[in-house]
Design a binder for this molecule. Structure first.
Ligand SMILES: [Zn+2]
Length: 150
């Protein structure tokens, strides 16, 4: 039940995000096709164009760029908010503290990883992470997992 809810939230967030991007792309496309980017006074042309009725996007019901821009922004922000909230929940429920060690200087530190991420990299068979710089000896190393907390 909870998994289903999470997935629905994620899909909705992605959908709104994509819709927002699409609407903003329509705005950019209109500006581009009406050569507003090539104008001498881009800012005022953009402002004026917000209220102009372009036949290709009005759909006979008077939709204007301003509607596309505002709803695009709203969808984008709501979509991102949903995705962030969802990520926060996953973090609380599925993350574990992982103790990592540098194979050179034996420096040890802790990071939080999701169980799914650990499984994906092949833990417990695979115990090394991708290359990165060690904060202590400054060498490029593949940190080793020394222990995984519950
Ligand atoms: Zn090191």
């Amino acid at each position: 039940m909870t998994i289903l809810k999470k997935k629905t939230g994620y899909a909705l967030g992605l959908f709104l995000f994509a819709l927002g991007v699409l609407l903003l792309f329509v705005v950019l496309w209109i500006w581009w096709s009406h050569e507003i980017f090539a104008s001498q006074d881009i800012l005022s042309d953009m402002t004026n164009s917000f209220w102009e009725e372009y036949p290709e996007i009005s759909f006979g019901i008077g939709l204007r760029i301003v509607h596309y821009a505002i709803s695009g922004f709203v969808f984008l922000i709501v979509g991102i908010a949903i995705l962030l909230v969802r990520r926060e929940k996953v973090r609380v429920t599925e993350e574990v503290a992982v103790e990592l060690g540098c194979p050179y200087c034996k420096n040890k530190w802790q990071e939080y990883m999701s169980k799914a991420q650990l499984e994906l990299m092949g833990y417990p068979q695979v115990r090394t992470l991708s290359r990165r710089k060690c904060s202590k000896c400054a060498k490029f190393i593949r940190p080793k997992i020394t222990s995984v907390g519950e």
